[in-house]
Design a protein around this ligand. Structure first.
Ligand code: NAP
Length: 501
């Protein structure tokens, strides 16, 4: 489904970009090269308006549906249908559409979107999303650049304001997203890249870019200044993401998502395209709301995010560096007996569950335990895995009932009455240093307090660190036992062992 959506969205983005080179607003100048082929009839105009209205309604209903796991699938289909209507509506603009460009855009978009949908694994979704943001933002920037160029830079103030906004946001989101992609893909080191005076330099660069933007609104027509502004915005995107460590990337990703959406909305103003304005605004603000939620989940302030240079915040002794004791290994058969005779078990899935594709295995274990009368719940951290909602998607795929999933705030109070908390490939989201050590780089990040359970078992392959690269004192606590091995394999063996217990 995601594949289909990516395909349609990517094709749509390219398509909309390539087809809307028209002087529709009263502010825009008719190009001498512009030669309408056929005329749009009144019926077609009504159809276009209807398809855009329908697309906008479907996008809103789609978003509403996607806000809850139970209705997410339906929401996705509604949004897909909305995108189809928007594309059909755009194709009806006979007088502005060049079908050669449409078909080229559709072919490129389909090939890239389909390939990404088929071959990119779920665990690489964040970097794939970063690439999508880069494509969308680049498309928006290109539309703005071509409009400026086509009109020789002589645009009405209001058009120039929207266009400048679109190009600036589009350009910085393009390079910012590409760098985020490179960091998440491991092509560039994921740790924060900082230098002295970085904030001052970044702010000065941003101020210069905005000053050029304002100048171009007041005194229109300068190509060199416009392209300097575009160049600076491209550079600013890189500088914005450079000082941000991979652990803070979810916030950056959702913020870039918001920028890409707002750039698309500005494109809609420039092209007088209502569906782009609505879809861009929805995308921009849903991205912004997600940023706020992610900030809370990662314990980052929005100011910190907006002014870059975060992720290198912690100084002083790093958390977990002075941990005491050793890790205690547990036996699989002993754990099976413990689980089989427990009153309440809470599973805490993390990134390792996703890499091992162990969602079906955990569901099977839960089924076996529930048949024996054990109460089974799942504790879901908002940033467990590598993208927002990662665990919800995986567990839904394995038909784990939504009623068994508990958010952080709901499940934390239940750990003291939990007999066994089974941590499956999770690390950072259960790191007690976030709560106990103010010097930890993840200090203040809300965690699943599994260490309050009567007993904790951690399923992981070995001594590997979490995404933040920090040591986890949980693994050294007396209450914790370690069961090494691939999560899927271990869970499958546990299912058999519980049957025999
Ligand atoms: P985590 O901190 O990345 O830890 C994952 C653990 O899984 C590792 O310690 C690893 O240890 C283990 N593991 C890996 N493959 C495994 C396998 N096949 N079987 C069993 N265990 C396996 O994961 P998390 O606790 O879910 O935390 C998520 C982190 O990602 C947070 O720091 C978050 O900020 C960050 N992040 C989240 C998002 C998001 O939106 N959700 C996006 C980007 C980044 P071994 O190597 O020893 O097996």
């Amino acid at each position: 489904m995601l594949c289909t959506w990516n395909f349609v969205a990517l094709a749509g983005e390219i398509l909309l970009t390539q087809t809307q080179q028209k002087p529709t607003t009263k502010f825009q100048v008719q190009s001498s090269k512009y030669k309408p082929s056929t005329t749009t009839t009144t019926v077609q105009i009504y159809f276009i308006e209807f398809s855009y209205l329908l697309a906008s309604i479907l996008f809103i209903l789609g978003l509403k549906g996607m806000s809850h796991p139970e209705t997410a699938k339906r929401g996705m289909h509604l949004a897909e249908f909305g995108m189809l209507m928007a594309i059909i509506g755009t194709l009806m603009h006979h007088e502005i559409v060049s079908y050669t460009w449409i078909l080229s855009g559709l072919a490129v978009g389909s090939v890239v979107g389909l390939a990404m949908g088929v071959w990119v694994p779920m665990t690489a979704m964040p970097q794939r999303t970063a690439l999508s943001h880069a494509f969308g933002a680049f498309a928006a920037a290109l539309v703005g650049i071509s409009e400026f160029y086509r009109n020789g830079g002589h645009l009405e103030k209001i058009t120039m304001s929207a266009l400048g906004f679109e190009v600036m946001l589009g350009a910085l989101t393009t390079t910012g997203s590409l760098l985020a992609f490179a960091k998440l893909q491991g092509m560039v080191r994921g740790t924060p890249m900082t230098y002295k005076g970085q904030n001052v330099f970044n702010m000065a660069l941003l101020a210069t870019t905005i000053a050029l933007f304002i100048y171009l609104i007041v005194v229109p027509g300068s190509m060199p200044l416009f392209f300097t502004m575009v160049g600076l915005a491209f550079v600013f995107g890189l500088l914005l993401v450079m000082p941000i460590g991979s652990a803070d990337m979810p916030v950056v990703m959702s913020l870039l998502n918001s920028y890409a959406g707002l750039a698309s909305a500005a494109t809609g103003f420039v092209l007088s395209n209502k569906v782009l304005i609505i879809a861009g605004t929805l995308d921009g603000f849903s991205g912004f709301i997600l940023s706020v939620l992610m900030c809370r989940a990662m314990n980052r302030s929005m100011t910190n995010v907006l002014f870059g240079a975060f992720g290198s915040a912690a100084t002083g002794p790093a958390a977990g560096a002075d941990h005491q004791g050793s890790m205690r290994e547990v036996n699989l058969d002993d754990l099976a007996v413990q689980l089989a005779y427990a009153g309440k078990v809470v599973f805490v899935p993390g990134y390792g569950l996703a890499t091992a594709q162990a969602q079906h295995a955990v569901r099977e274990l839960a089924d076996v335990l529930e048949k024996r009368g054990v109460t089974v719940k799942y504790g879901i951290h908002p940033v467990a895995g590598r993208m927002p909602g990662h665990m919800n998607v995986l567990l839904a795929e394995a038909n784990v009932p939504y009623s068994s999933l508990y958010e952080l705030e709901q499940i934390n109070s239940e750990f003291p009455s939990t007999d066994v908390a089974v941590v499956i490939g999770a690390n950072d989201v259960v790191n007690p240093d976030a709560r106990d050590n103010p010097n930890s780089p993840i200090a203040g990040m809300p965690i699943l307090e599994v260490d309050h359970a009567k007993s904790v078992v951690v399923l992981k392959r070995g001594q590997g660190k979490g995404f933040s690269g920090l040591e986890n004192p949980l693994f050294f606590k007396p209450v914790t036992g370690m069961l090494y091995g691939d999560a899927k394999d271990t869970l499958n063996r546990l299912v058999r062992a519980v049957h025999e217990a």
